[in-house]
Write a protein that binds this ligand. Structure first.
Ligand code: 13P
Ligand code: SF4
Length: 335
């Protein structure tokens, strides 16, 4: 006679699974659960905090993240934490921002190659040439850039505060880098003249007006909410435009039961738990950089204290000025 010993799933793992059962099949969760348990145990041993961006897969977002949110919210969490180790489940520029704000902490990222098409779109030489071409015009730099670009800038911004940051400078012109679409979306909302660069987000540039119109036709009354890295034409076609956190907050006020989030795939999965009554139509566009971050790599980084993010001190100090100046501005209304 053979005996099968079944291991009871821990109540903590069941509690986590309850949050993601709509998007992660049970058999898949059974593979994730032991890794999630081990990461959460090691976090305590290492006195580590895990920051999870809204685009992380649900098992990272709900399973191991101590704080979740958008670029702005996570940079503030990074600044305020007492942990010895910050493990950033997001892309490289986000982890770099954590290091800029917390130089004495060990900042890790599960995969060093998790980059960003915007971050790659501009060089330090490009910024210097622009400053020469427009002397005295302040440089506003989107957070989605390397530390060396932030260091060349007067102030940073995120999608949660771009308009407020531009208007905070009291200048009638700004150089806005590097996202062309975000720059054009900001320009629609302010009288300040915006000089743009030609960077694009490889995820958000894919959405089209025709696609949005087709969804509206197929699902009459659907609420369309978009990220401002989409083209101005797509944003114009949407009911609400905001940062990833702004989009989540908007869901509390969304008049329709049916929503389409014009952004990265994982967003709708992650917010479903807080909004069980909403039904999402999911135009699935994956960010290949965000999706480099897996549970396995998160565990390995924490186990071995590997994939450490470093920023040269002279660059860090100059970038810090631009980031802190942005944090002082806070969020734009509705974001
Ligand atoms: P948020 O700052 O809105 O979270 O956006 C970051 C990002 O990379 C969007 O593509
Ligand atoms: Fe960069 Fe776009 Fe990916 Fe965000 S979604 S990290 S902007 S490539």
């Amino acid at each position: 006679m053979s005996i099968t010993l079944e291991r009871e799933p821990s109540s903590e793992m069941e509690r986590i699974y309850d949050k993601i059962r709509g998007s992660v099949p049970r058999f898949e969760w059974e593979m994730h659960a032991p890794i999630v348990e081990e990461i959460n145990r090691l976090k305590r041993v290492r006195n580590a905090v895990i920051l999870g961006h809204n685009y992380m897969v649900p098992e990272i977002f709900h399973g191991v993240s101590d704080f979740t949110g958008d670029s702005l919210g996570l940079s503030i969490e990074a600044r305020d934490t007492d942990a010895d180790v910050i493990l950033f489940c997001g892309v490289h520029f986000m982890a770099e921002t954590a290091k800029i704000l917390s130089p004495d902490k060990t900042v890790l990222i599960p995969d060093m190659d998790a980059g960003c098409s915007l971050s790659d779109s501009i060089s330090v030489e490009d910024v210097r040439l622009l400053k020469e071409r427009y002397p005295g015009v302040p440089v506003v730099t989107y957070m989605n850039t390397p530390a060396a670009i932030k260091a060349e800038s007067d102030i940073c911004c995120t999608s949660a505060n771009a308009v407020s940051v531009v208007e905070s400078l009291g200048s009638d012109r700004v150089i806005f880098l590097p996202d062309e679409y975000l720059a054009r979306n900001v320009a629609r909302e302010t009288d300040v003249e915006v000089i743009a660069w030609h960077g694009r987000c490889m995820v958000h540039e894919q959405f089209t007006v025709d696609e949005i119109r087709a969804y509206r036709k197929q699902y009459p009354g659907i609420e369309v909410i978009a990220h401002p890295e989409c083209s101005p034409e797509v944003c114009e076609e949407s009911d609400f435009v905001g940062s990833t956190t702004g989009m989540i907050r908007h869901l509390d006020r969304a008049p329709s039961k049916h929503v389409i989030m014009v952004t990265e795939c994982s967003m709708a999965d992650n917010v479903q738990e807080a909004h069980p009554d909403l039904e999402f139509v999911k135009p699935c566009t994956i960010c290949p950089h965000m999706k480099k971050i897996s549970l396995e790599k998160t565990l390995s980084a924490l186990e071995n204290l590997e994939q450490e993010v470093v920023v040269p001190e002279d660059v860090r100090v100059r970038a810090l000025r631009a980031v802190e100046r942005m944090i002082e501005v806070g969020r734009s209304p509705g974001n």
